[in-house]
Design a protein around this ligand. Sequence first.
Ligand SMILES: Nc1ncnc2c1ncn2[C@@H]1O[C@H](COP(=O)(O)OP(=O)(O)OP(=O)(O)O)[C@@H](O)[C@H]1O
Length: 406
Amino acid sequence: MSRSPSLPERPRLDLDPDMSPDERLEALRSHLEDVLEVHEQLDTQLERAKTRRENLTEKVDRLERENDTLKSSSLYIATAEELLDDGVVVKQHGNNQEVLTEVSPGIREELEAGDRVAINDSFAVQSVLEPETDARAQAMQVDGSPDVTYDDIGGLDEQIQEVREAVEQPLINAEQFRTVGIEPPSGVLLHGPPGTGKTMLAKAVANETDATFIKMAGSELVQKFIGEGARLVRDLFELASENEPAVIFIDEIDAIASKRTESKTSGDAEVQRTMMQLLSEMDGFDDRGEIRIIAATNRFDMLDRAILRPGRFDRLIEVPKPNWDGRERILEIHTEGMNLADDVDLAELASETEGFSGAELASLATEAGMFAIRDERTEIRREDFENALEKVEEDDDTAGTPIAFA
Ligand SMILES: Nc1ncnc2c1ncn2[C@@H]1O[C@H](COP(=O)(O)OP(=O)(O)OP(=O)(O)O)[C@@H](O)[C@H]1O
């Protein structure tokens, strides 16, 4: 904190009774100058103090707003079970506690039995939740049979091999693992830059093992309401066991498993609870049968190391950006169905696209196709790829990211 500046010294007027009138006048003039200088200094200090006060007021406003948000985010979810003359019976999710509580006339009007509501610490109904805010339905994506195969993935042969060992084998050869007496890896963590094929790998392994693919984004697990994140995790594992064999894919795991921050807000505590629930579901994994869990992150450095301990995400697979061979293969995959002219040289394109991710290469192929369509051609020429590359580089300059992801 900055210390308050000290006040300037008060100018003194020394008038000697022996002074001549001229000397007195001179002394008074010089005193006046000193007084004016001090006045100026005080003026500057006053201005500074005003600015500081404005800054502090702004800070107080901001903290008050944050405080309000924190207070308002400490709500619990409940179901309105019964509407009575003198209130409403709500049942809190998580602990199933039933309470007769009050409700304001405004909320009462729109409330129907069975609605999900947000209640505060004293159980008063704060708001009625729209059916769409049912996070469970929104958050999970279930795909009975994804259509991605290992052949659709370019440049990740080693990673495919590792995923097959860690996920596919335990699913199709569970008996063998039991006979040999070893535990398959609990969870697999794919880490690497965005758009490099992590989701594809998880989908492909589900496809090849005829497993249901259940995807949930870590950011969706970060819920506003206390207990909701943990409930979603429970639902996720429940859904998987209803659909065995199943592959659970948690994208952006860093959203719930980042290194602990200094702050101790209620939001952080909720994120912690969600992660603890995930870890406890994984700990009880042995008896779960044919469910495998894969997580992915672009922010490996941010992860709380606790989730990497044995029995948790104990198989790490790095999914990097493709090298030259990988880029050529990915370009082949994404231009397979395209009507390419003879002058298109994918090897040369692979050289020109160093640093591109798989998703960026896929967009490049689509973009080249768009140039041909604009020109009313069905054949895609070398110039279309050149134009597409140029466009990508322009986008890169303006947007700061190389290309829009497919
Ligand atoms: N190795 C690859 N081979 C072929 N296509 C790829 C590859 N990597 C990415 N793609 C293309 O990019 C798209 C996005 O890839 P995917 O969603 O698997 O990336 P991701 O690593 O999961 O990205 P994010 O971290 O952003 O979720 C795919 O649908 C595919 O078209």
